[in-house]
Write a protein that binds this ligand. Structure first.
Ligand code: KIV
Length: 272
């Protein structure tokens, strides 16, 4: 198998990620939503597996991440955790589960940690949710921040275009990143912002910055199904496709259909 490298087989922890930033070692993060894929992703050396609320799009076919529920996120996260030995497993808190107030946020956070057995949670937003972030951190639950394009706010943004191109939004993002890092977040995802802004945040903020469509950072994250080429309809500039699984799977399934219909499958060796 070509080209992957796992230097350290120990379970990845939040403090290990901090060391990686300090040592200039890049962090590889990918999403997963089920046991089988999580086993493959973990075995290939990914450091952090995100049970993203992108499950709402990728697994359930919704247009946005908004409909997915706490129960559904717990189901996905539990399945992923069962397949993982090494990677740190981070679960997204879904829309509506932490925005109302800190009390609801901590109740849902504790429930996800207890039932899913994941290692950490991710929340979208900065100053607006900082009290909730602090309350969750105070309960001993590691939190990953998420700034820039925050898909749970798509109805406010009205577009999936690049965020923080204007100075005011860029300065707010930098302030929010400092706030999250000082509160104790172990990492921050920066989604779809100019590369120069990502570079500034990586330099100014002491915690690992994980980019998606934000140029070079301390680490990168992609949606698994996108980087494997399973989703032909989604091809933003930042996405690198490492396989064309849509074609591979369609061809394989097409051959199966042909063989069943022709009577070629099962043959004499494929029966009892
Ligand atoms: O839900 C998700 O997959 C995410 C990534 C895009 C960072 O939040």
């Amino acid at each position: 198998m070509a080209g992957y490298l796992v230097e350290d087989q120990r379970k990845v922890t939040t403090s290990r990620l901090m060391e990686m930033k300090q040592q200039g070692k890049k962090i590889a993060m990918l999403t997963a939503y089920d046991y089988t894929m999580a086993q493959i992703v973990d075995g290939a050396g990914v450091d952090v597996i995100l049970v993203g609320d992108s499950a709402s799009n990728v697994m359930a076919g919704n247009m946005t991440t908004l409909p997915i529920t706490v129960d559904q996120m717990i189901y996905h996260a539990k399945s992923v955790v069962r397949g993982v030995k090494r990677a740190l497993v981070v679960c997204d808190m879904p829309f509506g589960s932490y925005q109302v107030n800190a009390s609801e946020g901590i109740t849902n956070a504790v429930r996800i940690m207890k039932e899913a057995h994941c290692d950490a949670l991710k929340l979208e937003g900065g100053e607006e949710i900082i009290d909730t972030v602090r309350t969750i951190l105070a309960a001993g639950i590691p939190v990953c921040g998420h700034l820039g394009l925050t898909p749970q706010s798509i109805n406010k943004f009205g577009t999936y275009a690049v965020r923080a191109k204007e100075e005011a939004e860029a300065e707010k993002l930098v302030r929010d990143a400092h706030l999250l890092a000082e509160a104790g977040c172990f990492a921050i995802v920066l989604e779809k912002i100019p590369a120069a802004l990502t570079e500034r945040v990586c330099r100014e903020v002491h915690v690992p910055i994980i980019g998606i469509g934000g140029g070079p950072a301390d680490g990168q994250v992609l949606v698994l199904h996108d980087m494997l080429g399973m989703n032909k309809g989604f091809s933003p500039k930042f996405l690198r496709r490492y396989a064309d699984l849509h074609t591979v799977m369609t061809d394989a399934i097409g051959m199966y259909v042909t063989d069943v219909k022709s009577g070629d499958f099962p043959n004499a060796d494929e029966r009892y």
